[in-house]
Ligand binder design. Structure first.
Ligand code: KIV
Ligand code: ZN
Length: 392
């Protein structure tokens, strides 16, 4: 029996904070509907106090989306919460996500305050929000660098005040995976009322560890992951939805599952990339252009004999039409023959050997050999055959 991990998508909030990636209301609705089809559990639709446009988008997304919970972000401020409540009025399922800094760094430099004061502000915000909405998520910002006993005290207090989900963000992406996992374990073991709330992980990617930290978090008891499509977000981004979902799907021994329809991953990734005008890096896991492309001779030979020699995910499982064989100067005869045959160019062993030499010279020059190039190479063989009086 495997345990459900809730997928909290924050593409439209943390993801949309990327400079130049802002979306208008119509585009946000399009993304929200795609996320619903993908099967996420919660859509963080925005930070409604931040702008009238963000407020309107949450209102319209709430009307358009039926299944996922719609979540609105606030600071631990009554005015923010009032606006969030208003923005969620049409949501079938709603959540307010409120919180405050938990690390001494944030308490001292951001709030010029004390641990006691921020704890009190956090508790008051949860109690205030709870009067309007049942489902309240509390974030302890910069939890990754917070003093652990103080973090536990804060989490216990906000759960007692009514928080149903407690978010432990590694806001600066600083933690190591085992360290982050140990924090979640500590909270599970030391917060008396922890069974009354779901622990959520929200990891940033400043050191490239967001996915590893999120997985470590769920392996230690968290049951919600906050993530974005293509891993977009502040600075180096957030945990990638596609990565954590496929890790849990591929590693059955973790005994964790999500409600995500993985075949919708690639189309959703393309949609977000197109609307946000943000290219996905080619080597990005799962959704990058090269994620299922094989270019070296050794890999291509193995792949053509048995796909799983070089692929741990079937591309169809994530909505990618097919794997690809890229012809470069590192490719071997097997790949060249395979591509020629796909184009209808049937060649024997000697012809292949001959073409391969011309092919290598060409590949060094053009870097990637395409179908037109192969046509030209094949023509050479045909002309030779014609001259020798052989019909192809
Ligand atoms: O990174 C962070 O700490 C956040 C919070 C607002 C949840 O985005
Ligand atoms: Zn964040």
């Amino acid at each position: 029996m495997s345990d459900k991990v809730h997928i909290f998508d924050t593409t439209l909030r943390d993801g949309e904070q990327v400079p130049g990636c802002q979306l208008n209301t119509r585009e946000k609705i399009e993304v929200a509907l795609a996320l619903e089809e993908l099967g996420v559990d919660i859509i963080e639709a925005g930070f409604p106090i931040s702008s009238p446009g963000d407020f309107t988008s949450i209102v319209e997304i709430s009307k358009a989306v039926s299944n996922p919970t719609i979540c609105a972000l606030t600071r631990a401020i009554k005015g923010d919460i009032d606006v969030a409540v208003e923005s969620l009025k049409y949501a079938k399922r709603k959540r307010i996500h409120t919180g405050i800094g938990a690390s001494d760094m944030h308490i001292q430099y951001k709030f010029n305050s004390t641990r006691e004061e921020v704890l009190e502000r956090g508790v008051s915000a949860v109690k205030y929000a709870k009067q309007f909405v049942e489902d309240i998520e509390f974030y302890a910002e910069d939890a990754g660098r917070a003093d652990l006993p103080f973090l536990a005290q804060m989490i216990e207090a906000v759960i007692a005040a009514g928080a149903t989900v407690v978010n432990i963000p590694d806001t600066t992406g600083y933690c190591l995976p085992w360290e982050y996992g140990a924090k979640i374990k500590y909270l599970k073991e030391n917060v008396k009322n922890i069974d009354k709330a779901i622990i959520s992980v929200h990891c940033h990617n400043d050191l490239g560890l967001a996915t590893a930290n999120s997985v470590s978090g769920v392996m230690n008891g968290a049951r919600q992951i906050e993530c974005t499509i293509n891993g977009i977000g502040e600075r180096a981004g957030n945990t990638s939805l596609e990565e954590v979902v496929m890790i849990m799907k591929s590693h059955k021994e973790l005994a964790l599952n999500t409600g995500v329809n993985s075949q919708r991953i690639y189309p959703t990734s393309r949609l977000v990339s197109r609307l946000m005008r943000m290219r996905v890096q080619p080597n990005k896991a799962i959704v990058g252009d090269n994620a299922f492309a094989h270019s070296s001779g050794i890999h291509q030979d193995g792949f053509l004999k048995h796909r799983e020699t070089y692929e741990v995910i079937d591309p169809h499982d994530v909505g990618v039409a097919d794997s690809s064989i890229v012809l470069t100067a590192r490719s071997g005869r097997a790949a060249l023959k395979h591509r020629m045959e796909n184009l209808g160019y049937i060649i024997n062993k000697e012809e292949l050997d001959e073409i391969y030499q011309d092919y290598l010279v060409l590949a060094d020059e053009v870097k990637v050999v395409n179908d037109d190039h192969l046509g030209v190479l094949y023509q050479k063989i045909e002309i030779k055959k014609e001259n020798a009086g052989i019909k192809s």
